[in-house]
Design a protein around this ligand. Structure first.
Ligand code: ATP
Ligand code: MG
Length: 561
């Protein structure tokens, strides 16, 4: 409760810098490859999103890793739409992905669509069939599953496994020609039904889907499976290091098998890293899409969403997100990162960059009874306490002011130094004011404070007569600008079992009073609302006549190193 604490503008508790993850095991592997000239002097990475939703903060980790790795080695990084699944993909997502990657500060060397390789992939499948390494199977999905075996038991071979090459070629051609319904037949790699790795037990590599594809339209009714398509995509593009998340570790033998059977020279190397998990955050695109479809949130760019679009609208900066991704580093084991670290990075970035404004979120009227009725003074305020270069502005002061309701207590608790009857307080950038009378309505609610000011104590006058312990901010009532402020809590809160559940109170909307200069705020402008937190003028809802602000992050940090 102590005033001094409330006044803290930066998070002293986390002042010590986190050491940047020094040991990036992926870079060590690349160093070795360069030493042994596995790919000559080349380093070529890619970021391969599936355009079935908006990118989220987890993708940001992958984007930063792939692009900065290419930068570090003077290599290249492709943006590739992994759009081999026709059903869930959409051009809206394609557009958003490009905007998000650019906004994060990266520029791809090439932009590719995996679906442009469908012809090549089909050829590759035919090649495998001709080598006797793939066969058309009539088992349905359930039967295939039943044949697959378990971790401790080998699988059973499909009765269709020994079809001749000619038969397989003819059937695969018929699959392509649309002769069969979805699920009626699949193409499977012929590997080893007793492999200890279940992914190697004759995995499905092509399936039938009579669906219109966002890029290839109705040209195809068979589509390659991820495990078959991905290594081919990488190889076609000359990728050297194919970085993906840990759940694909068990798929690596299949990745290597595909390229080996196709005799691909200089086959890319798949390297897995731990995906980002954040407290109070759900990142599955499927779940995020459901939140949008069910109108739980406004849209994909709702400021509460962990999407890049949401974080951008919320006011997070690309610099802060990149800093966060660097600090968390890359590991080979899954872990949970505190969302407060991300918030800390945002604060650190904004601290010296944005101007301060006075805003009263929960107003209480103050009448300065000894201040002339028709007088207004322009008070000089610094724009950023930590960065003098940001200069000063002037703020009007007159007889009627707004202060925060919780800067007053009729019966003060111990160590409360702000307004209470008889106490003198510094009004930041103006004067010392003493609270004399409390005006209440019929129900006993405090509606007004009557104070007197001491002209001697004007800010900047060098007054040293006496000290006061409390400093509060204020807004001139006559010139105050009404704004709407949206404050956020986490969208997800853990229940007793630690499982994330929707927080029913993740947004609070307030009508607030701001100093008149807030009128100049353009959509996307960020400020520190003095003593309150960082805010951004909403890019969708803010207009010239009425400003709507989103809380970016509060001032105090709960992040512990
Ligand atoms: P989701 O499960 O949210 O749908 P995804 O992995 O299916 O995510 P993709 O579009 O396939 O989404 O992902 C593109 C790239 O981003 C992949 O290389 C993937 O490994 C990476 N990626 C996705 N989520 C994370 C995460 N939480 N942390 C790190 N990288 C991620
Ligand atoms: Mg995926």
């Amino acid at each position: 409760m102590a005033d001094l604490k409330d006044m803290k503008l930066n998070d002293a508790a986390v002042e010590t810098e986190t050491t940047v993850a020094a040991n990036n095991f992926i870079h060590n592997m690349i160093d070795k490859d360069l030493e042994q000239q596995v790919y000559g002097t080349r380093v070529h990475t890619r970021f391969p999103p599936e355009p079935n939703g908006y990118l989220h903060i987890g993708h940001a980790k992958s984007i930063c890793l792939n692009f900065t790795t290419a930068q570090k080695y003077g290599g290249k990084c492709n943006l590739r739409y992994d759009d081999t699944n026709p059903v869930k993909e959409d051009t809206e997502y394609v557009d958003s992905i490009e905007a998000d990657v650019k906004w994060l500060g990266f520029q791809w060397d090439n932009l590719f669509y995996a679906s442009d390789y469908f012809d090549k992939m089909y050829e590759c499948a035919v090649e495998l069939i001709k080598k006797g390494k793939a066969f058309v199977c009539d088992l349905n999905a359930e039967e295939i599953k039943a044949h697959r075996g378990t971790l401790t038991e080998p699988g059973k071979e499909s009765p269709y496994r020994n079809r001749t090459v000619e038969e397989n070629l003819a059937l695969f051609e018929e699959m392509k020609a649309g002769k069969y319904a979805d699920g009626e037949k699949v193409l499977r790699a012929k590997i080893d039904m007793s492999s200890p790795n279940i992914n190697m037990r004759d995995p499905v590599i092509y399936r039938i889907a009579h669906a219109t594809h966002h890029n290839t339209g109705d040209k195809w009714c068979i589509y390659p499976m991820y495990d078959f398509a991905h290594p081919i995509e990488d190889a076609i593009e000359g990728i050297t290091h194919s970085i993906c998340t840990l759940e694909f570790e068990d798929h690596r033998p299949l990745y290597d098998w595909v390229l080996q059977e196709l005799n691909w020279p200089n086959a890319p190397r798949q390297i897995e890293f731990a995906r980002l998990n954040l407290t109070n955050t759900v990142m599955s695109k499927r779940y995020l899409k459901a939140l949008v479809d069910d109108e739980v949130v406004e849209d994909w760019d709702d400021p509460r969403m962990p999407t890049i679009a949401g974080l951008r609208r919320r006011g997070y900066t690309p610099e802060a997100i990149r800093d966060f991704c660097e600090r968390i580093g890359v590991a080979k084991a899954n872990s949970m990162v505190e969302v407060s670290l991300l918030e800390h990075c945002v604060r650190e970035d904004l601290k010296t960059k944005v101007e301060s404004r006075n805003v009263i979120l929960d107003p209480l009227k103050v009448i300065v009874t000894n201040y002339p009725e028709d007088q207004t003074e322009m008070m000089v305020m610094e724009n950023n306490r930590e960065n003098e270069e940001m200069g000063e502005r002037t703020v009007p002061f007159s007889r009627e002011l707004w202060v925060e309701r919780d800067d007053f207590m009729e019966v003060p608790v111990k160590k409360y130094f702000r307004l209470f009857p008889g106490n003198e307080v510094r009004f930041k950038g103006a004067y010392f004011l003493t609270c004399n009378d409390v005006v209440k309505d019929e129900e006993g609610n405090v509606i007004e404070l009557h104070c007197t000011y001491d002209p001697e104590t004007k800010s900047g006058s060098g007054f040293e007569g006496r000290k006061v312990k409390g400093t509060i901010h204020w807004v001139d009532a006559k010139t105050a600008e009404k704004i709407t402020v949206r404050q956020y809590d986490y969208l997800m809160l853990p229940d007793e079992e630690g499982k994330n559940q929707l927080n029913p109170a993740s947004v609070t909307v307030k009508e607030a009073y701001a100093e008149p200069s807030i009128k100049d705020a353009k959509p996307g402008d960020r400020y520190q609302f003095f003593r309150q937190g960082y805010y951004i003028a909403d890019s969708k809802l803010s207009t010239d006549d009425h400003k709507v602000f989103n809380q970016i992050v509060g001032l105090k940090s709960s992040w512990k190193k």
